[in-house]
Design a protein around this ligand. Structure first.
Ligand SMILES: [Zn+2]
Length: 104
């Protein structure tokens, strides 16, 4: 299993194994370097690659079902992540959005 520094965990629907979606510290360093190289404008405004990495992997990726969108495979049985592998946080976030929409 990946030892992730940034990201979240999801459970395989086929075998129940816990899987990591995210980056190890080495991968994160590369992501941060690449992001800063690609986003010089944002860096000039005070943003950092670390902030971008944290925002995507720790905050928004899970809400966006990133492992399902990316078709991640289970580390144990190789099954592709199905819609049924949504995490509790993603479901919770959706229910909040639903409630907000209903109350408008
Ligand atoms: Zn599996």
């Amino acid at each position: 299993m990946k030892n992730i520094e940034y990201g979240y965990w999801w459970n395989c629907a086929a075998c129940g194994a816990e899987n990591a979606y995210g980056l190890t510290s080495e991968e994160a360093e590369e992501y941060i370097r690449d992001w800063e190289a690609d986003n010089a404008d944002s860096v000039a405004e005070g943003e950092t690659g670390e902030g971008a990495c944290d925002w995507w992997y720790n905050v928004t990726a899970e809400e966006n079902d990133a492992h399902i969108e990316d078709g991640e495979r289970c580390c144990k049985c190789n099954a592709v992540a199905a819609a049924s592998t949504r995490t509790d946080k993603a479901k919770w976030f959706d229910s909040i959005v639903d409630n907000l929409e209903k109350s408008v």
